[in-house]
Design a binder for this molecule. Structure first.
Ligand code: FES
Length: 150
């Protein structure tokens, strides 16, 4: 169920994730351990919902990860820090770090907070692989995106 009105294309089973060039994300786009910033087209102005898409072996996930929201080893989380809204951009090993006040998040455990001042995890975006082999969102983020709202 999409919380916001979406009028763009729907490919069978979901709303496409696209990269910064607007290209859809094929299921083989990332290798294990890689990540990319994507934009789910379910929001007016995709730039308002930058999303970190990461891929690990499925067995690497645990903790707070909502496994029903993952697909093919992919998990997707809001890139907007829940502390003060900076873009979570840095990757230190298997931890994401926010450059503003060094909030740290664990993408293998639901992007839960593992350091710094952020008050809550990065909201997870439910995704799946469409019947034609692309990553799509099946709904909106599980929690409010960005600072506050926690
Ligand atoms: Fe990310 Fe402060 S805005 S830690």
């Amino acid at each position: 169920v999409f919380e916001r009105e979406y009028t763009g294309p729907v490919f069978g089973d979901g709303v496409p994730l696209v990269d910064a060039e607007g290209e859809r994300i094929r299921e083989d786009r990332l290798k294990n351990g890689e990540q990319i910033t994507v934009f789910p087209e379910l929001r007016p102005g995709i730039e308002r919902a930058p999303t970190l898409l990461v891929r690990f072996p499925e067995s690497d996930y645990g903790g707070d990860t909502e496994m029903a929201f993952t697909a093919g080893g992919y998990a997707a989380y809001s890139k907007i820090c829940t502390h003060a809204g900076c873009m979570v951009a840095n990757r230190k090993g298997d931890t994401w770090e926010c450059p503003c006040h060094y909030g740290k998040f664990d993408p293998k455990s639901g992007a839960s907070v593992v350091g710094g001042p952020a008050p809550r995890s990065l909201p997870q975006l439910p995704i799946t692989v469409s019947s034609d082999g692309y990553l799509v969102a099946t709904g909106d983020f599980e929690a409010p995106v960005g600072a506050g709202g926690g």
